[in-house]
Design a protein around this ligand. Structure first.
Ligand code: C5P
Length: 233
């Protein structure tokens, strides 16, 4: 099973299908708001029908009943992973899991992971605008612990948080980490980046990689090289 989720951050269908055609076998892709809001669920169904696994990154956050019904619909798409904002609270997170269970096809619900704090949220912004006190790292651990208690399967987190999250929530609680760069890459707009080897060392279960693969000269080769690092024993 693939450990590298490739972020399909493209703006046209053609770019998406041209990119996927470079792969000899199904891969794990991350589809976010950009593609979903442009092309609807049709593109998700098509990519699924091609055999790829899908992390549908729509970050739900609403009243519990709305999230429950929305998750029920997402489960019917048979995507593999969905997510939500943990800041929606415990009732919302539990409702999300109920919705996924109700919508599950053949009893297999998508995994559900939580966003603790966005990496775009600074310490200052969290304290002064969102009025959440304490250190970002402590809030991340506290939200992850709550997510686990609510039945979520893991969280999206930075490479640097993965170890502490596993310590607090157990090794089986999934850590899915973006912000990955090869040592030869430019960091683009990411602030704190890490290599796949470092992510592996920190115990990250899955890494989300966008531009390092999508803009590489040979995406298949780069993907395979990263996968091999992630799968090393
Ligand atoms: O191109 P790059 O590897 O930076 O893409 C990373 C992907 O992960 C993008 O789709 C981005 O939106 C997403 N992401 C992130 N940081 C987060 C959450 C999601 O970079 N904290």
């Amino acid at each position: 099973m693939s450990k590298t989720m490739v972020a399909l951050d493209f703006s046209t269908r053609k770019e998406v299908y041209d990119f996927l055609s470079k792969f000899k076998e199904p891969i794990y892709v991350k589809i976010g708001m950009e593609l979903t809001y442009a092309f609807g669920f049709e593109i998700i169904r098509k990519i699924k029908a091609m055999g790829h696994q899908i992390f549908l990154d729509l970050k739900l956050h609403d009243i519990p009943n709305t999230v429950k019904q929305a998750m029920k619909n997402l489960a019917q798409l048979e995507v593999d992973v969905v997510n939500l904002h943990c800041s929606g609270g415990s009732v919302m997170m539990k409702a999300a899991i109920e919705g996924l269970q109700e919508g599950a096809i053949d009893g297999k619900r998508p995994l559900c992971i939580g966003v603790t704090q966005l990496t775009s949220t600074s310490q200052e912004m969290m304290n002064e605008e969102l009025l959440i006190s304490g250190k970002v790292e402590d809030v991340v651990i506290s939200y992850a612990t709550l997510a686990k208690e609510c039945g979520l399967d893991g969280v999206v987190c930075s490479v640097h948080e993965a170890k502490a999250i596993h310590q607090a929530c157990g090794e089986k609680f999934l850590t899915v980490t973006p912000g990955i760069r090869l040592s030869s890459d430019s960091v683009d707009d990411q602030k704190r980046v890490a290599t796949p080897a470092y992510a592996k060392e920190q115990g990250c279960d899955y890494i989300v990689v966008g531009r390092s693969i999508t803009t590489s000269e040979d995406p298949y080769e780069t993907y395979t090289m990263i996968e091999n690092i992630m799968k090393e024993k």
